[in-house]
Design a protein around this ligand. Structure first.
Ligand SMILES: [Zn+2]
Length: 103
């Protein structure tokens, strides 16, 4: 999968998943003859909750983490939506940072 396609999927995937989930909840709640304003509020909340969860998954999918190789050092850099050159630069930065964090 190309980087552009991956970025588009990470951007629009959560929107589509959240929309489908909110529509599903709306259909189920519609059976209980709720007032429209409550139905819309529930749909909006379902969309927001699902979009937040799906967005976290999508962000984790497009994020790469580079860590320091020094023993005991837990320094790391997380990079998302970066080109190959930028990723390489951050990888070198993580491997060659000035102060190792050994606690
Ligand atoms: Zn280090």
């Amino acid at each position: 999968m190309s980087d552009t396609a991956k970025r588009r999927l990470a951007l629009w995937g959560p929107v589509i998943v959240a929309g489908a989930t909110a529509a599903g909840y709306t259909v189920v709640l519609h059976r209980y003859d709720l007032p429209v304003h409550l139905l819309l509020a529930c749909a909006a909340l379902a969309w927001a909750a699902m979009h937040t969860a799906a967005r976290h998954v999508a962000d984790a999918w497009v994020t790469t983490t580079y860590g320091c190789d020094a023993p005991g050092c837990d320094f790391s850099v997380s990079v998302s939506h970066a080109s190959a050159g930028e990723c390489r630069r951050w990888q070198e930065t993580a491997a060659n940072h000035p102060d190792h964090q050994t606690y």
